[in-house]
Design a protein around this ligand. Sequence first.
Ligand code: HEM
Length: 497
Amino acid sequence: MPCLFKMTPDGTSQYSEFGHLYLIKMWALFFGALIIISIAHWIYRWRNPICNGTLPPGSMGLPFIGETLQFFAPDTSCDIHPFVRDRMKRYGPIFRTNLVGRPVVVSTDPDLNYFIFQQEGKLFQSWYPDTFTEIFGRQNVGSLHGFMYKYLKNMVLNLFGPESLKKMLPEVEQTASKRLQLWSHHESVELKEATATMIFDLTAKKLISYDQENSSENLRDNFVAFIQGLISFPLDIPGTAYHECLQGRKKAMRMLKNLLQERRANPRKHESDFFDYMLEELQKEKTILTEEIALDLMFVLLFASFETTSLALTSAVKFLSDNPLVLNKLTEEHEIILRNRGNANPGLTWKEYKSMKFTFQVINETVRLANIVPGIFRKTLREIHFKGYTIPAGWAVMVCPPAVHLNPAKYDDPLAFNPWRWKGTELNGASKNFMAFGGGMRFCVGTEFTKVQMAVFLHCLVTKSRWKPIKGGNIVRTPGLQYPSGYHIQLTERANI
Ligand code: HEM
């Protein structure tokens, strides 16, 4: 065997060349083994996170990406997304997963959902993935808590509360009427895009007096392809949907900032829109509002208002087209409103709006079945113990409304569009079995605004137009978000009733 040592002339021993090589190999082997053991340990920990109790069952997927790819796989059925449905079957109503490197517990359990909403700010806190925060702004209303959150919520309610909506009713009716008339001159309209533009114009006018026709830049353009970016894999390199989305945000924020500066330089005599209201707040000596928070709020409101309600309207028209009995009943309700009014034509009154009982049933059924917000995210502030499971502090939790809304134990024949199932139900908030607008403290502030827009649009649609679907279109769904595309209808004006 070759010798590890050699003798030097002064009688001491040194490593021989072979000895050096041997030593290097041994160290390399040692470090190699150490790295392999560390990686194996890390993978083991990835799959079996530390927990002081029993974690909900589930798989944490591949290192780094977890089950992100499966989560973002698009689905076009109306049912619960296969990602959630398969795991519910395998693991039960509460399961764990990992999305974009973060451990997440998914809740399809009505009791846990309710508990999460009730414990907002105590055991749970509103939280959205970093990619959402990048897009909606670090200071957006969904990421704010406590006093600042309440302050912003009151600001929004001031604009979209019942008193403001009463005043807004004629404007909503005129907008819907005009659009329907315009669309009847087109061969066909892509309904999602057309209703989104209609709502965007109305909201942008209310918020910032923005009028596309008198503006050199098109604010709405920055929101096109936005939702595709939100539901895509968060890779910020040119060419990806996510990158386009971030670019859209940058441009929209630049425009909003310029508009705010313009208004500051040329203030209006009377408060006329949300910008004036915000500027007044910003100028107060002891204000807690900052320009960054104000602009992020503006951005979120614009997005939340047009993207959600247009999806609800498109779904409603699609469901009505597929269910002539419902359409007849809805038309009858609105014809009666017109008949009772006689020859006078003052436009819709708040009383008439409130009398639309069947229409509200149609709206409830639409948002139940369409599941416009399929995932609501939270973070645990402390260790949570629920139904024998432990959710560690700092973990993300995703409430999954479709799993409740489409549960046959809660709703008979859940995939059927049946507005009559809501008969006699007074539903102005959330319940354990209905959470289309969220629940608890963070219940959607735009709920009533949405209902006004939907009811008024449906009123105009069934009394002023006839339509037929031209192309079916799809709703592309992920468990976190969804968007419809390609639903074309052809409209004709209806003779006066
Ligand atoms: C069909 C229409 C709509 C649906 C289904 C919907 C759904 C929701 C849901 C589920 C939440 C709760 C999110 C959470 O708890 O994290 C929410 C919050 C919110 N919604 Fe809506 N929304 C709709 C329309 C609107 C409109 C028209 C506006 C704008 C005025 C709006 C503004 C907001 C805002 C600002 C929040 C955040 C509130 C918070 O974090 O507490 N929404 N919405």
